[in-house]
Write a protein that binds this ligand. Structure first.
Ligand SMILES: Nc1ncnc2c1ncn2[C@@H]1O[C@H](COP(=O)(O)OP(=O)(O)OP(=O)(O)O)[C@@H](O)[C@H]1O
Ligand SMILES: [Mg+2]
Length: 661
């Protein structure tokens, strides 16, 4: 017969503490959150957290609550019993006084403080007896090098005051974390925000207030910058049938197929949510976070792949913590989604996220389209000039572009402008047809198209500039051959840009004809035969052009009369108060300028007064140079584009048909 074997025994080493607290709660927010949960369970109404300004000897983080506290015996039986299940066999236990759903269940939360501190001091006054007990847990003492065996670890009591009726009023517990092992003190604002996100208690329950350095926690979910809040923003036909009521705060109640009830709200923001901690949907059970924001494990392939960055949400799923099964790793803020009940919620979340993202995309597109339509009004004149079917294509393409979330409104305006310009001159048609077509555009393809649009637009303008250059060159040739005096004048009158690009907006000005006539008489300029004159204007600027007879060389007399002429017009313009012009300049153009003594400095001084005398050659050379510079600037917008480069390389050949014929 075999000998009766010696019984085995289970030994727990003091170092398990390390696994319970030290490694799990290394952020101050995590470490303190457990203490807040304990205060809730103790029916506290106020929890005051203090964070010191700096690290250093004596620096402590304290958490003081005005809950029911503990008697000396409770300190022993509850606080110092590792793994004690306070809910017993009622997973839905409620607190004694305030009937709050109990959060604690594992009996280990008190060790969270060891994540950031080596010493935890507890001072507690029992509401039931008025006993006051202070004791210290020190990580070194507790961990030792030994197994916790039959003999328990002694915890010295620093102070004990026996039951006292009067002291009962001072009930509450203060937990102080000392010998901090933090690398640095967390910024208090950040700490507050981050803590707020771990609870729904402080905002749903008016009798539970949490402050950090005397300032209350903000709300767990900011609606600032929210564009859509679901389920509130569902339209009647979009709302899921399983959705019940929606309250004022935007929480919708929904029943899952198994009968479990949840509350939820998803917020889509106007702009991307920058903080990682907020992106995605957080799950709460009994008011405490159990799952850090996530996307229900959805990855990639979502319609509108960019939506996750815009989404924050909250789900209250108390059922996750309403039975004997423990589905939650609180310190990691993670739910065990393989659990069947949790899996149901996960599947729900995946469905909801997918649907809402599609909806969000449509809505946003819609809002954009409306904005675009408003903006298209700016283009309506130009669109109206296009044949109906073309206008439709352009409009559709612009609308589609506007529907792409990554394109900002400003960019859209610029692109719209560029597109119309390009379209009007016959470019871009294929490109636009592609954008307007029904195909889903990939981001890469879209960017490619936009780049192409930019190049085409530059190309387009460049071609127009090139044509102008050719025309100017042609004009110059003709003038050199002394051809076409009057015709040239008329041609310039119609195309002032020939002389300088910035004159593109100038038009013939008739309102000063009489004044000019009089000035020409009085100044004696009218005596010169073969002169032609012309006035151009743009806004409040008036240009007086004087073209002298071909073959003429400007002498002192010409300059005097020209000077006089401009003065008279200026006076006349100034005399008509309320008239449109505030700036009058004159240009006198002749075949050559005289070279007599004093002539040059006279020309300079006249120029400084806005009276310019120059030769045809100067004038046209200047124009050519400016247009060439413009062309080069255009090419530099897309320096690698062969088409633009080719255009630049071409000679500015005179174009006979487009000249001043
Ligand atoms: N601030 C407090 N006021 C009164 N009693 C407290 C306080 N903190 C802790 N206790 C008592 O100590 C017990 C142990 O706390 P601990 O956080 O370790 O476990 P728990 O809250 O029961 O469960 P969990 O590990 O899930 O938090 C609590 O159940 C409670 O009875
Ligand atoms: Mg606890």
């Amino acid at each position: 017969m075999a000998a009766q074997p010696k019984p085995l025994e289970l030994r727990i080493h003091g170092r398990v503490l390390e696994h319970l607290g030290i490694q799990m709660y290394q952020s101050p927010v995590n470490a303190v959150a457990e203490t807040i949960a304990n205060a809730w369970d103790a029916d506290a109404e106020e929890v005051g957290i203090t964070i010191p300004d700096a690290l250093g000897e004596g620096a402590e983080i304290t958490v003081a609550d005005n809950g029911i506290g503990m008697t000396h015996k409770e300190c022993q039986d509850r606080f110092l019993a590792v793994g004690w299940n306070r809910r017993g066999d009622d997973p839905n236990q409620r607190t004694a006084e305030k009937k709050r759903p109990v959060i604690g269940r594992k009996g280990i939360g008190k060790f969270a403080g060891f994540g950031i501190a080596r010493r935890i001091t507890i001072r507690t006054v029992s509401k039931a007896t008025g006993e006051a007990t202070t004791f210290v847990l020190h990580v070194e003492q507790l961990m030792g090098d030994e197994y916790v065996g039959a003999t328990p670890k002694p915890i010295p009591v620093e102070e004990y005051l026996p039951a006292d009726e009067a002291r009962r009023a001072e009930h509450g517990t203060t937990v102080s974390l000392g010998e901090l092992t933090l690398g640095e003190i967390p910024p208090v604002d950040e700490f507050r925000r981050s803590m707020a996100r771990r609870f729904l208690l402080h905002e749903a329950q008016s009798d539970f207030r949490v402050t950090v350095n005397a300032e209350p926690l903000p709300r767990s979910l900011s609606l600032q910058g929210a564009q859509y809040v679901f389920p509130k923003d569902y339209r009647p036909d979009e709302s899921p049938t399983s959705l019940g009521e929606v309250d004022e705060e935007g929480w919708g109640t929904e029943t899952l197929p198994s009968g479990a009830t949840i509350c939820w709200r998803f917020v889509f923001h106007e702009d991307t949510v920058d903080e990682d901690e907020l992106r995605g949907v957080a799950v709460f059970a009994k008011g405490k976070i159990v799952q850090a924001p996530f996307l229900f494990r959805l990855a990639g392939g979502l319609s509108g792949q960019w939506a996750p960055e815009y989404l924050t949400g909250q789900v209250r799923a108390d059922f996750l913590d309403a039975d004997q099964r423990d589905r939650v790793a609180p310190e990691r803020q993670r739910v065990n989604w393989d659990d069947p009940k949790a899996a149901e919620l996960l599947a729900w979340g995946q469905r909801r996220v997918k649907k809402l993202m599609a909806l969000w995309r449509d809505r946003r597109g819609e809002a954009r389209r409306k904005a675009i339509e408003d903006k298209l009004l700016n283009f309506s004149d130009r669109l109206a000039k296009l044949p109906a079917h073309e206008a439709k294509t352009v409009k559709r393409a612009l609308t589609r572009l506007g529907g792409v979330p990554q394109i900002s409104n400003r960019q859209l305006e610029q692109v719209g402008e560029a597109i119309l310009t390009a379209w009007e001159s016959g470019r871009l048609r294929d490109l636009m047809s592609e954008i307007a077509g029904g195909e889903e555009l990939s981001e890469a393809r879209l960017l490619e198209l936009l780049l192409e649009a930019k190049v085409l637009t530059a190309l387009n303008i460049a071609e127009a500039v090139k044509t102008k250059l050719r025309t100017v060159a042609g004009l110059r040739d003709r003038l050199q051959r002394k051809e076409l005096e009057k015709a040239v004048r008329d041609y310039i009158a119609e195309n002032p840009w020939l002389i300088a690009p910035e004159w593109e907006t100038y038009a013939v000005e008739k309102r000063v004809d009489q004044l000019r006539e009089r000035a020409a008489q009085e100044s004696g300029l009218a005596d010169y035969e073969g002169r032609v004159d012309l006035a151009l204007s743009s806004g409040d600027r008036l240009l007086l052009m004087e073209f002298m007879r071909p073959g003429l060389t400007l002498d002192r007399d010409h300059l005097d009369r020209f000077d006089w002429y401009v003065r008279i017009v200026r006076e006349g313009v100034a005399a008509s108060t309320g008239g449109p012009f505030t700036e009058v300049s004159g240009y006198m153009v002749a075949d050559s300028l005289g070279k007599r003594a004093g002539h040059l400095s006279r020309l300079r001084s006249l120029a400084s007064e806005g009276k310019y005398a120059l030769t045809w050659d100067d004038l046209l050379q200047g124009a050519l140079r400016q247009w060439e510079e413009f062309l080069e600037a255009l090419v530099s917008r897309a320096p690698d584009d062969d088409r633009l480069r080719a255009l630049l390389a071409e000679d500015a050949e005179p174009e006979p048909s487009d000249g001043a014929a």
